[in-house]
Design a protein around this ligand. Structure first.
Ligand SMILES: Nc1ncnc2c1ncn2[C@@H]1O[C@H](COP(=O)(O)OP(=O)(O)OP(=O)(O)O)[C@@H](O)[C@H]1O
Ligand SMILES: [Mg+2]
Length: 493
Protein backbone atom coordinates (compact mmCIF):
# COMPACT_ATOMS: atom_id res chain seq x y z
CA UNK A 1 0.00 0.00 0.00
CA UNK A 2 1.10 3.58 -0.65
CA UNK A 3 -1.04 4.89 2.17
CA UNK A 4 -3.01 3.15 4.92
CA UNK A 5 -5.17 5.04 7.36
CA UNK A 6 -6.42 2.99 10.29
CA UNK A 7 -9.06 3.90 12.88
CA UNK A 8 -8.57 7.62 12.42
CA UNK A 9 -10.51 9.76 14.86
CA UNK A 10 -10.81 13.52 14.96
CA UNK A 11 -12.99 15.96 16.87
CA UNK A 12 -13.27 19.71 16.57
CA UNK A 13 -14.48 20.85 19.99
CA UNK A 14 -17.88 19.22 20.39
CA UNK A 15 -18.09 18.05 16.78
CA UNK A 16 -16.92 14.57 15.94
CA UNK A 17 -15.65 14.75 12.36
CA UNK A 18 -14.13 11.26 12.15
CA UNK A 19 -15.06 8.32 14.33
CA UNK A 20 -12.77 5.54 13.16
CA UNK A 21 -11.98 5.76 9.45
CA UNK A 22 -10.04 3.27 7.36
CA UNK A 23 -8.57 3.83 3.92
CA UNK A 24 -6.06 1.80 1.88
CA UNK A 25 -4.56 3.22 -1.28
CA UNK A 26 -2.61 0.99 -3.67
CA UNK A 27 0.18 2.18 -5.96
CA UNK A 28 -1.01 3.60 -9.27
CA UNK A 29 -4.73 3.44 -8.51
CA UNK A 30 -7.36 6.15 -8.59
CA UNK A 31 -9.23 5.82 -5.34
CA UNK A 32 -12.56 7.63 -5.11
CA UNK A 33 -13.59 9.02 -1.75
CA UNK A 34 -17.32 9.61 -1.54
CA UNK A 35 -19.79 10.75 1.09
CA UNK A 36 -22.42 13.34 1.89
CA UNK A 37 -21.54 16.90 2.85
CA UNK A 38 -19.91 16.88 6.26
CA UNK A 39 -19.13 13.14 6.14
CA UNK A 40 -15.46 13.89 6.88
CA UNK A 41 -13.77 13.50 3.49
CA UNK A 42 -11.79 16.73 3.53
CA UNK A 43 -10.82 16.26 7.16
CA UNK A 44 -9.47 12.75 6.54
CA UNK A 45 -7.43 14.00 3.60
CA UNK A 46 -6.13 17.00 5.53
CA UNK A 47 -4.82 14.54 8.11
CA UNK A 48 -3.03 12.57 5.40
CA UNK A 49 -1.58 15.80 3.97
CA UNK A 50 -0.27 17.14 7.29
CA UNK A 51 -2.78 19.97 7.59
CA UNK A 52 -4.76 18.54 10.52
CA UNK A 53 -3.58 16.11 13.17
CA UNK A 54 -5.60 13.03 14.08
CA UNK A 55 -6.65 12.58 17.73
CA UNK A 56 -5.93 8.87 17.41
CA UNK A 57 -5.36 6.20 14.80
CA UNK A 58 -2.51 5.15 12.59
CA UNK A 59 -1.05 6.38 9.32
CA UNK A 60 1.21 4.06 7.32
CA UNK A 61 3.18 5.60 4.47
CA UNK A 62 4.66 2.94 2.16
CA UNK A 63 4.18 0.48 5.02
CA UNK A 64 5.91 2.45 7.78
CA UNK A 65 4.20 4.43 10.55
CA UNK A 66 4.33 8.15 9.87
CA UNK A 67 2.75 11.35 11.12
CA UNK A 68 3.09 14.53 9.11
CA UNK A 69 3.05 17.58 11.30
CA UNK A 70 3.01 20.15 8.51
CA UNK A 71 1.98 20.23 4.84
CA UNK A 72 5.65 20.76 4.00
CA UNK A 73 6.57 17.49 5.73
CA UNK A 74 3.87 15.62 3.83
CA UNK A 75 5.03 17.23 0.58
CA UNK A 76 8.61 16.19 1.18
CA UNK A 77 7.40 12.63 1.74
CA UNK A 78 5.51 12.84 -1.58
CA UNK A 79 1.90 13.77 -0.77
CA UNK A 80 0.27 16.76 -2.46
CA UNK A 81 -3.31 17.97 -2.19
CA UNK A 82 -5.57 20.08 -4.41
CA UNK A 83 -7.91 21.80 -2.01
CA UNK A 84 -11.64 22.29 -2.16
CA UNK A 85 -11.31 25.85 -0.88
CA UNK A 86 -8.60 27.88 -2.50
CA UNK A 87 -5.58 28.31 -0.22
CA UNK A 88 -3.70 30.45 -2.69
CA UNK A 89 -2.11 33.82 -1.96
CA UNK A 90 -4.28 36.31 -3.90
CA UNK A 91 -1.66 39.07 -4.14
CA UNK A 92 0.96 36.81 -5.73
CA UNK A 93 1.16 35.77 -9.37
CA UNK A 94 0.09 32.43 -10.79
CA UNK A 95 3.75 31.39 -11.17
CA UNK A 96 4.64 32.42 -7.62
CA UNK A 97 1.68 30.51 -6.23
CA UNK A 98 2.60 27.38 -8.14
CA UNK A 99 6.08 27.34 -6.62
CA UNK A 100 5.26 28.98 -3.30
CA UNK A 101 7.61 27.72 -0.61
CA UNK A 102 9.67 25.82 -3.18
CA UNK A 103 11.23 28.65 -5.16
CA UNK A 104 14.35 27.67 -7.08
CA UNK A 105 17.21 29.56 -5.49
CA UNK A 106 20.55 30.62 -6.86
CA UNK A 107 23.83 31.32 -5.05
CA UNK A 108 23.35 33.15 -1.72
CA UNK A 109 19.73 32.04 -1.59
CA UNK A 110 18.45 34.48 -4.23
CA UNK A 111 15.13 33.52 -5.67
CA UNK A 112 15.29 33.17 -9.44
CA UNK A 113 12.14 34.88 -10.63
CA UNK A 114 12.92 34.22 -14.27
CA UNK A 115 13.13 30.50 -13.58
CA UNK A 116 9.86 30.47 -11.68
CA UNK A 117 8.16 32.09 -14.64
CA UNK A 118 9.79 29.70 -17.11
CA UNK A 119 8.83 26.64 -15.08
CA UNK A 120 5.29 27.86 -14.66
CA UNK A 121 4.85 28.70 -18.34
CA UNK A 122 6.10 25.27 -19.35
CA UNK A 123 3.72 23.55 -16.93
CA UNK A 124 0.75 25.64 -18.05
CA UNK A 125 1.34 25.10 -21.76
CA UNK A 126 2.04 21.37 -21.26
CA UNK A 127 -1.50 21.05 -19.96
CA UNK A 128 -3.08 23.67 -22.19
CA UNK A 129 -4.55 25.58 -19.27
CA UNK A 130 -6.05 29.02 -19.96
CA UNK A 131 -3.73 30.69 -17.43
CA UNK A 132 -1.19 33.50 -17.60
CA UNK A 133 1.89 32.80 -15.50
CA UNK A 134 2.30 36.46 -14.56
CA UNK A 135 -1.39 37.20 -13.70
CA UNK A 136 -2.35 37.92 -10.09
CA UNK A 137 -4.29 35.06 -8.54
CA UNK A 138 -6.70 37.45 -6.82
CA UNK A 139 -8.08 38.42 -10.24
CA UNK A 140 -8.84 34.86 -11.37
CA UNK A 141 -12.25 33.19 -11.54
CA UNK A 142 -12.93 30.22 -9.22
CA UNK A 143 -12.10 27.92 -12.14
CA UNK A 144 -8.80 29.69 -12.77
CA UNK A 145 -7.82 29.34 -9.11
CA UNK A 146 -8.66 25.67 -9.22
CA UNK A 147 -6.34 25.19 -12.19
CA UNK A 148 -3.52 26.97 -10.33
CA UNK A 149 -4.05 24.60 -7.38
CA UNK A 150 -3.76 21.67 -9.75
CA UNK A 151 -0.55 23.02 -11.30
CA UNK A 152 0.82 23.52 -7.83
CA UNK A 153 0.10 19.93 -6.85
CA UNK A 154 1.59 18.38 -9.98
CA UNK A 155 4.61 20.70 -10.18
CA UNK A 156 6.75 18.35 -8.12
CA UNK A 157 6.44 14.65 -8.77
CA UNK A 158 4.53 13.27 -5.78
CA UNK A 159 3.73 9.61 -5.26
CA UNK A 160 0.24 10.42 -3.90
CA UNK A 161 -1.98 13.21 -5.15
CA UNK A 162 -5.22 14.12 -3.42
CA UNK A 163 -7.88 15.96 -5.43
CA UNK A 164 -10.64 17.41 -3.25
CA UNK A 165 -13.45 18.14 -5.72
CA UNK A 166 -11.15 19.38 -8.46
CA UNK A 167 -13.83 19.86 -11.09
CA UNK A 168 -16.65 21.47 -9.12
CA UNK A 169 -15.81 24.92 -10.52
CA UNK A 170 -14.70 23.81 -13.97
CA UNK A 171 -16.39 23.68 -17.36
CA UNK A 172 -16.74 20.30 -19.04
CA UNK A 173 -13.73 20.99 -21.29
CA UNK A 174 -11.56 21.82 -18.30
CA UNK A 175 -12.87 18.79 -16.41
CA UNK A 176 -11.79 16.64 -19.34
CA UNK A 177 -8.33 18.11 -18.96
CA UNK A 178 -8.33 17.15 -15.29
CA UNK A 179 -9.31 13.58 -16.18
CA UNK A 180 -6.50 13.52 -18.71
CA UNK A 181 -4.03 14.65 -16.06
CA UNK A 182 -5.35 12.01 -13.68
CA UNK A 183 -4.84 9.30 -16.31
CA UNK A 184 -1.34 10.52 -17.18
CA UNK A 185 -0.28 10.60 -13.53
CA UNK A 186 -1.78 7.16 -12.99
CA UNK A 187 0.11 5.78 -15.98
CA UNK A 188 3.30 7.09 -14.38
CA UNK A 189 2.49 5.10 -11.25
CA UNK A 190 1.18 7.96 -9.08
CA UNK A 191 -1.60 6.98 -6.69
CA UNK A 192 -4.56 9.34 -6.63
CA UNK A 193 -7.34 9.98 -4.16
CA UNK A 194 -10.24 11.73 -5.83
CA UNK A 195 -13.18 13.33 -4.02
CA UNK A 196 -16.22 14.26 -6.08
CA UNK A 197 -19.97 14.75 -5.85
CA UNK A 198 -20.44 14.33 -9.58
CA UNK A 199 -21.81 10.87 -10.11
CA UNK A 200 -21.00 10.83 -13.81
CA UNK A 201 -17.28 11.29 -13.05
CA UNK A 202 -17.02 8.11 -11.01
CA UNK A 203 -16.78 5.65 -13.86
CA UNK A 204 -14.61 7.99 -15.92
CA UNK A 205 -11.74 8.01 -13.42
CA UNK A 206 -12.12 5.56 -10.52
CA UNK A 207 -10.57 2.13 -9.94
CA UNK A 208 -11.61 1.66 -6.34
CA UNK A 209 -13.91 3.50 -3.98
CA UNK A 210 -14.35 4.17 -0.28
CA UNK A 211 -17.54 5.71 1.10
CA UNK A 212 -17.67 7.72 4.32
CA UNK A 213 -20.84 8.30 6.26
CA UNK A 214 -20.99 10.38 9.42
CA UNK A 215 -17.25 10.12 10.03
CA UNK A 216 -17.03 6.37 9.45
CA UNK A 217 -15.84 4.37 6.47
CA UNK A 218 -18.84 2.24 5.56
CA UNK A 219 -17.76 0.68 2.26
CA UNK A 220 -14.66 -0.07 0.20
CA UNK A 221 -14.53 -1.97 -3.06
CA UNK A 222 -13.65 -2.11 -6.75
CA UNK A 223 -15.62 0.30 -8.91
CA UNK A 224 -16.29 -2.50 -11.39
CA UNK A 225 -18.07 -4.45 -8.64
CA UNK A 226 -20.15 -1.51 -7.40
CA UNK A 227 -23.28 -0.05 -8.95
CA UNK A 228 -24.17 3.63 -8.66
CA UNK A 229 -27.25 2.61 -6.70
CA UNK A 230 -25.03 0.79 -4.18
CA UNK A 231 -22.88 3.88 -3.78
CA UNK A 232 -25.83 6.16 -3.14
CA UNK A 233 -27.23 3.73 -0.60
CA UNK A 234 -23.90 3.61 1.23
CA UNK A 235 -23.63 7.39 1.15
CA UNK A 236 -27.05 8.34 2.42
CA UNK A 237 -27.80 5.18 4.37
CA UNK A 238 -31.10 4.70 2.58
CA UNK A 239 -32.13 4.06 -0.96
CA UNK A 240 -32.57 7.22 -2.88
CA UNK A 241 -34.92 8.07 -5.69
CA UNK A 242 -32.32 9.66 -7.95
CA UNK A 243 -34.81 10.93 -10.46
CA UNK A 244 -36.40 14.16 -9.40
CA UNK A 245 -39.23 15.17 -11.69
CA UNK A 246 -41.15 18.34 -11.23
CA UNK A 247 -44.65 18.81 -12.51
CA UNK A 248 -44.84 22.41 -13.67
CA UNK A 249 -47.58 24.65 -12.31
CA UNK A 250 -49.62 26.94 -14.51
CA UNK A 251 -47.53 30.13 -14.44
CA UNK A 252 -49.03 33.17 -12.71
CA UNK A 253 -48.43 36.88 -13.15
CA UNK A 254 -45.21 38.22 -14.59
CA UNK A 255 -42.77 39.05 -11.79
CA UNK A 256 -39.60 39.93 -13.66
CA UNK A 257 -39.05 41.31 -17.13
CA UNK A 258 -35.61 41.93 -18.54
CA UNK A 259 -35.62 44.06 -21.65
CA UNK A 260 -32.73 44.67 -24.05
CA UNK A 261 -30.04 44.33 -21.40
CA UNK A 262 -26.54 45.09 -22.66
CA UNK A 263 -23.28 45.26 -20.79
CA UNK A 264 -20.03 46.13 -22.53
CA UNK A 265 -18.87 43.02 -24.34
CA UNK A 266 -20.49 40.46 -22.03
CA UNK A 267 -24.23 40.88 -22.60
CA UNK A 268 -26.00 42.01 -25.71
CA UNK A 269 -29.69 42.77 -25.95
CA UNK A 270 -30.92 40.13 -23.51
CA UNK A 271 -34.70 39.95 -23.04
CA UNK A 272 -36.87 37.45 -21.18
CA UNK A 273 -39.54 37.27 -18.49
CA UNK A 274 -40.17 35.15 -15.39
CA UNK A 275 -43.64 34.41 -14.08
CA UNK A 276 -44.76 33.48 -10.60
CA UNK A 277 -44.55 29.72 -10.06
CA UNK A 278 -41.92 29.19 -12.74
CA UNK A 279 -38.46 27.66 -12.59
CA UNK A 280 -36.58 28.72 -15.68
CA UNK A 281 -33.25 27.10 -16.48
CA UNK A 282 -30.35 29.08 -17.90
CA UNK A 283 -27.85 26.97 -19.82
CA UNK A 284 -24.71 27.93 -21.68
CA UNK A 285 -20.98 27.30 -21.84
CA UNK A 286 -18.54 28.97 -19.52
CA UNK A 287 -18.16 32.58 -20.56
CA UNK A 288 -21.56 32.71 -22.29
CA UNK A 289 -22.65 35.45 -19.88
CA UNK A 290 -24.91 33.57 -17.46
CA UNK A 291 -23.24 34.78 -14.26
CA UNK A 292 -22.89 38.27 -15.74
CA UNK A 293 -26.62 38.33 -16.47
CA UNK A 294 -27.49 37.40 -12.88
CA UNK A 295 -25.11 40.01 -11.54
CA UNK A 296 -26.54 42.70 -13.81
CA UNK A 297 -30.14 41.94 -12.76
CA UNK A 298 -29.01 42.04 -9.13
CA UNK A 299 -27.42 45.47 -9.59
CA UNK A 300 -23.83 44.36 -9.01
CA UNK A 301 -22.52 45.51 -12.39
CA UNK A 302 -24.08 48.67 -13.89
CA UNK A 303 -25.73 48.00 -17.23
CA UNK A 304 -25.08 50.04 -20.38
CA UNK A 305 -28.59 49.86 -21.75
CA UNK A 306 -31.87 48.06 -21.27
CA UNK A 307 -34.21 47.82 -18.31
CA UNK A 308 -35.36 45.47 -15.56
CA UNK A 309 -39.01 45.52 -14.48
CA UNK A 310 -40.38 43.95 -11.31
CA UNK A 311 -44.15 43.47 -11.51
CA UNK A 312 -44.32 46.05 -14.24
CA UNK A 313 -42.31 48.75 -12.48
CA UNK A 314 -38.92 49.70 -13.89
CA UNK A 315 -36.14 49.31 -11.34
CA UNK A 316 -33.42 51.84 -10.71
CA UNK A 317 -30.63 49.35 -10.32
CA UNK A 318 -27.73 51.24 -8.80
CA UNK A 319 -26.65 48.57 -6.35
CA UNK A 320 -27.70 45.16 -4.98
CA UNK A 321 -29.57 47.06 -2.26
CA UNK A 322 -32.10 48.24 -4.86
CA UNK A 323 -32.55 44.70 -6.12
CA UNK A 324 -32.97 43.29 -2.61
CA UNK A 325 -35.63 45.94 -1.86
CA UNK A 326 -37.49 44.91 -4.98
CA UNK A 327 -37.54 41.30 -3.74
CA UNK A 328 -34.71 39.86 -5.82
CA UNK A 329 -32.22 37.40 -4.32
CA UNK A 330 -28.98 36.18 -5.85
CA UNK A 331 -27.34 32.99 -4.68
CA UNK A 332 -23.96 33.60 -6.29
CA UNK A 333 -21.67 31.12 -7.97
CA UNK A 334 -18.58 32.02 -5.98
CA UNK A 335 -20.23 31.53 -2.61
CA UNK A 336 -16.99 31.47 -0.69
CA UNK A 337 -16.20 35.00 -1.66
CA UNK A 338 -19.52 36.62 -2.37
CA UNK A 339 -22.09 34.85 -0.29
CA UNK A 340 -20.58 33.81 3.00
CA UNK A 341 -19.11 35.64 5.98
CA UNK A 342 -16.73 32.88 7.11
CA UNK A 343 -15.80 34.64 10.36
CA UNK A 344 -19.40 34.93 11.56
CA UNK A 345 -21.46 32.18 13.23
CA UNK A 346 -23.50 30.04 10.87
CA UNK A 347 -26.75 31.20 12.47
CA UNK A 348 -25.93 34.85 11.80
CA UNK A 349 -24.98 34.04 8.24
CA UNK A 350 -28.40 32.57 7.66
CA UNK A 351 -30.24 35.58 9.03
CA UNK A 352 -27.90 38.24 7.67
CA UNK A 353 -30.21 39.19 4.83
CA UNK A 354 -33.35 39.29 6.95
CA UNK A 355 -32.29 41.25 10.02
CA UNK A 356 -34.92 43.93 9.43
CA UNK A 357 -37.67 41.34 9.82
CA UNK A 358 -36.13 39.77 12.88
CA UNK A 359 -35.43 42.91 14.84
CA UNK A 360 -37.71 45.06 16.88
CA UNK A 361 -36.74 48.51 18.19
CA UNK A 362 -33.20 47.87 16.97
CA UNK A 363 -32.80 44.59 18.84
CA UNK A 364 -32.71 41.19 17.23
CA UNK A 365 -35.50 38.90 18.32
CA UNK A 366 -33.23 35.96 19.14
CA UNK A 367 -36.05 33.47 19.63
CA UNK A 368 -37.33 34.17 16.12
CA UNK A 369 -33.80 34.12 14.78
CA UNK A 370 -33.23 30.74 16.34
CA UNK A 371 -36.49 29.44 14.90
CA UNK A 372 -35.50 30.55 11.40
CA UNK A 373 -32.09 28.92 11.74
CA UNK A 374 -33.54 25.65 13.06
CA UNK A 375 -36.16 25.48 10.35
CA UNK A 376 -33.71 26.02 7.51
CA UNK A 377 -30.99 23.80 8.93
CA UNK A 378 -33.44 20.94 9.10
CA UNK A 379 -34.82 21.73 5.65
CA UNK A 380 -31.42 21.54 3.97
CA UNK A 381 -30.08 18.79 6.22
CA UNK A 382 -27.29 21.06 7.34
CA UNK A 383 -24.83 19.22 9.55
CA UNK A 384 -24.27 21.74 12.29
CA UNK A 385 -22.81 21.39 15.77
CA UNK A 386 -24.56 24.59 16.85
CA UNK A 387 -25.64 27.84 15.19
CA UNK A 388 -22.62 29.42 16.87
CA UNK A 389 -20.21 27.37 14.77
CA UNK A 390 -18.26 29.67 12.46
CA UNK A 391 -19.47 29.40 8.88
CA UNK A 392 -15.90 29.14 7.61
CA UNK A 393 -15.50 25.94 9.59
CA UNK A 394 -18.37 24.10 7.95
CA UNK A 395 -17.67 21.50 5.30
CA UNK A 396 -17.57 22.88 1.75
CA UNK A 397 -21.03 21.68 0.80
CA UNK A 398 -22.60 22.85 4.03
CA UNK A 399 -21.22 26.35 3.43
CA UNK A 400 -23.12 26.39 0.16
CA UNK A 401 -26.34 25.41 1.86
CA UNK A 402 -25.97 28.28 4.35
CA UNK A 403 -25.91 30.83 1.53
CA UNK A 404 -29.00 29.31 -0.03
CA UNK A 405 -30.73 29.40 3.37
CA UNK A 406 -29.83 33.05 3.84
CA UNK A 407 -31.95 34.17 0.89
CA UNK A 408 -34.72 31.70 1.41
CA UNK A 409 -35.04 32.97 5.00
CA UNK A 410 -35.45 36.49 3.70
CA UNK A 411 -38.48 35.52 1.68
CA UNK A 412 -37.51 37.06 -1.63
CA UNK A 413 -39.92 36.55 -4.56
CA UNK A 414 -37.48 36.44 -7.45
CA UNK A 415 -34.55 34.07 -7.02
CA UNK A 416 -31.46 33.95 -9.18
CA UNK A 417 -29.66 30.72 -8.37
CA UNK A 418 -26.20 30.57 -9.95
CA UNK A 419 -25.09 26.92 -9.96
CA UNK A 420 -27.06 26.09 -6.80
CA UNK A 421 -25.99 22.46 -6.55
CA UNK A 422 -22.28 22.87 -7.11
CA UNK A 423 -20.43 20.89 -4.44
CA UNK A 424 -23.65 19.69 -2.82
CA UNK A 425 -24.14 15.97 -2.18
CA UNK A 426 -26.78 13.97 -3.95
CA UNK A 427 -29.15 13.82 -0.97
CA UNK A 428 -28.96 17.57 -0.45
CA UNK A 429 -29.46 18.22 -4.17
CA UNK A 430 -32.90 16.71 -3.95
CA UNK A 431 -33.56 18.93 -0.90
CA UNK A 432 -32.47 22.02 -2.83
CA UNK A 433 -34.71 21.06 -5.76
CA UNK A 434 -37.61 20.40 -3.41
CA UNK A 435 -37.02 23.76 -1.84
CA UNK A 436 -36.98 25.47 -5.22
CA UNK A 437 -40.19 23.67 -6.09
CA UNK A 438 -41.78 24.88 -2.88
CA UNK A 439 -40.65 28.45 -3.44
CA UNK A 440 -42.20 28.34 -6.89
CA UNK A 441 -45.40 26.79 -5.57
CA UNK A 442 -45.51 29.63 -3.04
CA UNK A 443 -45.55 32.15 -5.90
CA UNK A 444 -41.84 32.87 -6.39
CA UNK A 445 -40.13 32.99 -9.79
CA UNK A 446 -36.79 31.26 -10.14
CA UNK A 447 -33.97 31.53 -12.62
CA UNK A 448 -31.55 28.65 -12.22
CA UNK A 449 -28.15 28.72 -13.88
CA UNK A 450 -26.63 25.27 -14.15
CA UNK A 451 -23.94 23.52 -16.12
CA UNK A 452 -25.38 20.16 -15.16
CA UNK A 453 -27.76 19.56 -18.03
CA UNK A 454 -29.48 16.51 -16.52
CA UNK A 455 -30.37 18.66 -13.51
CA UNK A 456 -31.77 21.45 -15.66
CA UNK A 457 -33.89 18.96 -17.54
CA UNK A 458 -35.23 17.54 -14.29
CA UNK A 459 -36.03 20.80 -12.61
CA UNK A 460 -36.72 23.57 -15.12
CA UNK A 461 -40.10 24.31 -16.70
CA UNK A 462 -38.37 25.80 -19.74
CA UNK A 463 -34.75 26.44 -20.60
CA UNK A 464 -33.03 29.54 -21.95
CA UNK A 465 -29.71 28.93 -23.66
CA UNK A 466 -27.10 31.68 -23.74
CA UNK A 467 -24.28 31.95 -26.24
CA UNK A 468 -21.79 34.79 -26.44
CA UNK A 469 -23.83 37.18 -24.32
CA UNK A 470 -27.14 36.58 -26.09
CA UNK A 471 -30.15 34.38 -25.54
CA UNK A 472 -29.62 31.88 -28.34
CA UNK A 473 -32.72 29.76 -27.77
CA UNK A 474 -35.69 29.11 -25.56
CA UNK A 475 -36.51 25.42 -25.24
CA UNK A 476 -39.39 23.50 -23.67
CA UNK A 477 -38.72 21.13 -20.77
CA UNK A 478 -39.07 18.11 -23.04
CA UNK A 479 -35.88 19.04 -24.90
CA UNK A 480 -32.67 16.98 -24.75
CA UNK A 481 -29.07 17.56 -23.67
CA UNK A 482 -27.94 17.34 -27.30
CA UNK A 483 -30.28 20.11 -28.41
CA UNK A 484 -29.18 22.37 -25.56
CA UNK A 485 -25.50 21.74 -26.32
CA UNK A 486 -26.03 22.46 -29.99
CA UNK A 487 -27.52 25.87 -29.22
CA UNK A 488 -24.89 26.59 -26.58
CA UNK A 489 -21.89 25.71 -28.71
CA UNK A 490 -22.60 26.25 -32.39
CA UNK A 491 -22.12 29.48 -34.24
CA UNK A 492 -25.14 29.05 -36.45
CA UNK A 493 -28.17 26.99 -35.52
N1 LIG B 1 -11.75 23.42 11.50
C1 LIG B 1 -12.95 22.92 11.86
N2 LIG B 1 -13.57 23.33 12.98
C2 LIG B 1 -14.76 22.82 13.36
N3 LIG B 1 -15.43 21.88 12.68
C3 LIG B 1 -14.86 21.42 11.55
C4 LIG B 1 -13.61 21.92 11.07
N4 LIG B 1 -13.31 21.27 9.91
C5 LIG B 1 -14.33 20.42 9.68
N5 LIG B 1 -15.27 20.50 10.67
C6 LIG B 1 -16.50 19.70 10.77
O1 LIG B 1 -16.18 18.33 10.55
C7 LIG B 1 -17.21 17.69 9.79
C8 LIG B 1 -16.60 17.05 8.54
O2 LIG B 1 -16.23 18.07 7.64
P1 LIG B 1 -15.48 17.83 6.26
O3 LIG B 1 -15.06 19.16 5.74
O4 LIG B 1 -14.41 16.81 6.43
O5 LIG B 1 -16.66 17.21 5.36
P2 LIG B 1 -16.67 16.76 3.83
O6 LIG B 1 -16.98 15.32 3.80
O7 LIG B 1 -15.43 17.22 3.16
O8 LIG B 1 -17.94 17.54 3.25
P3 LIG B 1 -18.19 18.34 1.84
O9 LIG B 1 -18.66 17.34 0.84
O10 LIG B 1 -19.32 19.27 2.17
O11 LIG B 1 -16.95 19.06 1.48
C9 LIG B 1 -18.25 18.75 9.50
O12 LIG B 1 -19.27 18.63 10.46
C10 LIG B 1 -17.49 20.05 9.69
O13 LIG B 1 -18.36 21.09 10.10
MG1 LIG C 1 -14.99 18.67 1.79
Amino acid sequence: MVLSLKSIRKRFGGIVALRGCHLDVRPGEVHLLLGENGAGKSTLMKIAAGIERADSGELLWHGSPAAFRTPAEAQRAGIAMVHQESLLAPHLTVAENIFLGRYPTGPLGWVWRGRILDHARRLISEHNFPLQAEARVGHLTPAGKQLVEICRAIAHGSSLLIFDEPTSALSSGESEEVFRIVRTLKARGTAIIYITHRMEELRAVGDRVTVLRDGESVYSGDMSATTTGDLIRHMVGRSFEAVYRREPLPPGEELLRVHGLSLRNTLSNVSFALRAGEIVGLAGLMGAGRTELCRAIFGVDPIDSGAVFVQGTALRLRSPRDAVRAGIALVPEDRQRAGLAPGLPTGQNMTLASLEFLSRFGFIDTARERAVVDQHSARLRLKLGSPAQLAGRLSGGNQQKVVVAKWVARGAKIFLFDEPTRGIDIGAKAEVFDLMGELAAGGAAILMVSSELPELLQVADRILVMRQGRIAAELPRQTTQEVIMRHAALEAC
